[in-house]
Design a protein around this ligand. Structure first.
Ligand SMILES: Cc1cc2nc3c(=O)[nH]c(=O)nc-3n(C[C@H](O)[C@H](O)[C@H](O)COP(=O)(O)O)c2cc1C
Length: 183
């Protein structure tokens, strides 16, 4: 039996992969924020999209610099992920506040977050207003990842514990991995 439910639509999308988006402001100062409304949108050219609330400092930074890095954190830095997602760059240096480390990127001025497992460096090619958020579409211009996360040349998710958001203060990570060819 189906029942009509009063769950906010965004809460229906769970679990969701969590990213840390790093960017720079007009003065070149780095910022980092937690985002889950992230997805890949094209293979060729390689495009991803992130949805950023218009009040976020990240919104200000990406609107002016037209670039960002999508870093994928692991469960061991969940505390820092929550801090980056509950405080704002409008109030001060969030790298300092979270203890996360900005490191130089290959192809953009925005830094990577050292403690993350993978990094997608992006240049914004398009933006679309969507309600109270802006969807930034970024072309991936460089990709980096920890050596341990790679097996036979591809990302092996079982080697890292990606952060998946369940809603509110709840998170999980990847458990059993099923190969559909073996069902
Ligand atoms: C788990 C989690 C997921 C979040 N996802 C998003 C998101 O997809 N888009 C967004 O605009 N804000 C999201 N936020 C909220 C921002 O991270 C938060 O408003 C942060 O303070 C913004 O920082 P900034 O002002 O330095 O950019 C999320 C927060 C948490 C804790």
């Amino acid at each position: 039996m189906k029942i009509e439910c009063d769950v906010r639509p965004n809460r229906m999308f769970a679990p969701q992969l969590v990213g840390l988006v790093s960017s720079i402001d007009k003065k070149g100062r780095p910022n980092v924020a937690t985002l889950t409304w992230i997805t890949t949108v094209s293979v060729d050219p390689p495009l991803i999209s992130i949805s950023v609330g218009r009040t976020r400092y990240t919104h200000e930074c990406i609107s002016s610099s037209k670039e960002f890095v999508l870093n994928l954190p692991t469960m061991d830095i969940l505390k820092e992920v929550m801090l980056a997602g509950s405080s704002s760059g409008w109030e001060g240096d969030k790298f300092e506040k979270t203890g996360l480390t900005p490191v130089e990127s290959i192809a953009v001025k925005a830094p990577c977050v050292k403690q993350c497992a993978t990094h997608l460096e992006c240049k914004v090619i398009d933006m679309k207003e969507a309600g109270d958020h802006t969807i930034f579409i970024g072309k991936v211009v460089a990709t980096m990842c920890n050596l341990e996360a790679i097996k036979d040349g591809v990302l092996d998710i079982s080697r890292i514990k990606p952060v998946l958001h369940l809603g509110g203060t709840f998170f999980t990570t990847v458990g059993e991995i099923v190969d559909s060819r073996e069902i």
